[in-house]
Design a protein around this ligand. Structure first.
Ligand code: GDP
Length: 492
């Protein structure tokens, strides 16, 4: 619902310092204007006026180009009849970025959508989300007024094979480069073009998930960015937080730096702009909060993520790591009597995990005031109710004053990013390592420098220099190697 009714007097706080438009009716999506009230702290970050202006401009673009409009119908015809820029591009033509959701956990899907959104804003494309099992509509409100961000499904969309696109698809940027559909002129100042002076194709698939190869990742080069500009439809599949990689593209950097003077608040702003839990999810969040958490003066969130491939669902080592971190950093009132500066009765602990075993052990250790909203047992794919509980818990965690999260987990990234809180992160082995950790790492956790998610699969190729970066973590003052994933990069 994006009624144009004049909204109730919304305060600057409710509008997150101008980040949100006031063009929605508060009832259509209660979380949109209520979420701000769940953060006791004064907002540490306010959006730049330039970012605010960009967002308003982008909303106008989404409305002008969205499904049902004349430019949308025209762009659909381009897809159907296969001509790209062939039909002389008119002034009111629109270009699109379709973000394809697929079988990944909700945290991965969220960081992917946030990344796609930023790329759409930067390149002036309308963002459309191709939902995964109808999930997106059940989980989130519409972010843009007077239009929809959901790609209309079924009979009318000409590309039926969206979910099947993968690293081997011939329409991918990587394949186009490999097969010389894009020709790169030789020489230092060589520029690339569509081979034979052809117009750009009607669509290009961007394969940017964890398995992207060297050619796919040439996406992060100015040359490819320039070529992609003329393509009406870009289809993007990723499970990663691409944003630090976008900052490494010189032609995008200037705009990004203007939009985000504070580099450690990019996800914080984008996620609070874009992600508003749908009313049913918001009801679950606020009911749980008022029943269990609202009374606490100090709220500590602990996110424990254990993969079955790595360890059995219940891991003594993982529990020992949590308790050892909590003691060392004085995050919990410990049984020994060492306390945080708040009294234990004033403090509540929110535990999230697929298992209830950790919660029980932590409750035994602390006494009372420990809460866990759900214990799903196993991670499930394509189960909307399961995803709604996951989303609720990410938002509940984000209301905490202090966060202890599990390294490598995008579930934790979303919570810390929404909160804008630098978490203590527990290092852990990647899921593909067969052997479980048998000892608690020393130190068991560390307070990290940024709430920003880690980008797990950056391109190490310096396009301008035509060789790999010496150290990708030293290219820009605000891009560093992640503390929890040594080969990843993050904004600080
Ligand atoms: P990641 O695998 O840790 O990067 O996080 P994802 O969110 O991408 O995938 C994990 C999925 O498992 C989540 O989306 C949930 O469906 C489920 N899950 C994992 N941990 C929890 C938890 O603490 N609470 C709930 N409700 N679900 C969880």
């Amino acid at each position: 619902g994006s009624e144009n009714a004049t909204p109730a007097n919304l305060t600057d706080d409710q509008l997150l310092g101008g980040l949100l438009t006031a063009a929605f009716s508060p009832q259509s999506c209660r979380s949109r204007y209520e979420f701000a009230g769940y953060h006791k702290r004064k907002p540490a970050h306010t959006p730049s006026p330039y970012l605010v202006a960009k967002l308003r401009k982008h909303e106008a673009l989404q409305k002008r180009c969205g499904p049902g409009t004349a430019p949308y119908e025209k762009a659909l015809r381009q897809l159907k009849f296969g001509d790209g820029a062939a039909a002389a591009a008119g002034d009111d033509d629109c270009r699109y970025l379709v973000s394809i959701s697929y079988n990944r956990g909700l945290g991965n899907r969220i960081i992917a959508i946030v990344s796609a959104f930023l790329y759409a804003v930067l390149t002036e494309r309308a963002l459309l989300v191709a939902p995964y099992n109808g999930d997106v509509a059940a989980l989130f409100c519409e972010p843009f007024p007077a239009t929809t961000w959901l790609l209309p499904d079924g009979r009318r969309f000409p590309l039926r094979h969206l979910p099947d696109l993968n690293g081997k698809s011939k329409e991918s940027l990587g394949a186009l480069l490999k097969n010389n559909v894009i020709s790169v002129a030789a020489g230092v100042n060589g520029t690339s073009s569509w081979s034979g002076g052809r117009p750009p194709p009607p669509y290009v698939y961007l394969h940017l998930d964890g398995g992207a190869d060297y050619h796919d990742k040439l996406f992060y080069c100015d040359e490819q960015q320039r070529l992609l500009r003329g393509v009406p439809w870009l289809l993007m599949k990723t499970d990663s937080y691409l944003v630090p990689g976008l900052f490494l593209v010189p032609s995008l950097r200037g705009e990004l730096e203007r939009m985000f003077p504070e580099k450690d608040a990019v996800f914080h702003h984008l996620s609070r702009y874009l992600l508003h839990p749908a009313n049913a999810v918001w009801h679950a969040i606020t009911a749980y909060h008022s029943d269990h958490l609202a009374g606490a003066g100090h709220l500590v969130g602990i996110q424990i993520r254990v993969y079955h491939k790595e360890t059995p669902p219940v891991s003594q080592v993982a529990l020992d790591q949590v308790l050892s971190c909590a003691r060392r950093e004085k995050l919990l009132p410990a049984s020994s009597g060492t306390m945080t500066n708040t009294s234990s009765s004033d403090q509540a602990v929110l535990v999230t995990s697929l298992s209830s075993w950790y919660y029980e052990k932590i409750r035994d250790e602390v006494g009372g005031g420990v809460h866990q909203p759900s214990h799903e047992g196993l991670q499930r794919m394509g189960d909307t109710a399961h995803d709604m509980r996951a989303l609720s818990e990410m938002f509940l965690l984000s209301t905490c004053d202090a966060l202890l999260t599990t390294g490598f987990s995008t579930f934790g990234y979303v919570a810390q990013g929404l909160a804008g809180v630098r978490p203590w992160i527990m290092p852990r082995r990647p899921w593909w390592e067969k052997e479980a950790a048998t000892v608690v790492p020393d130190p068991p956790c560390a307070r990290v420098a940024t709430p920003e998610p880690c980008f797990h699969s950056p391109s190490y190729y310096d396009c301008a220099a035509r060789r790999n970066y010496d150290d990708i973590g030293k290219e820009l003052p605000y891009v560093r190697r992640c503390e929890d994933v040594s080969w990843g990069i993050q904004l600080v």
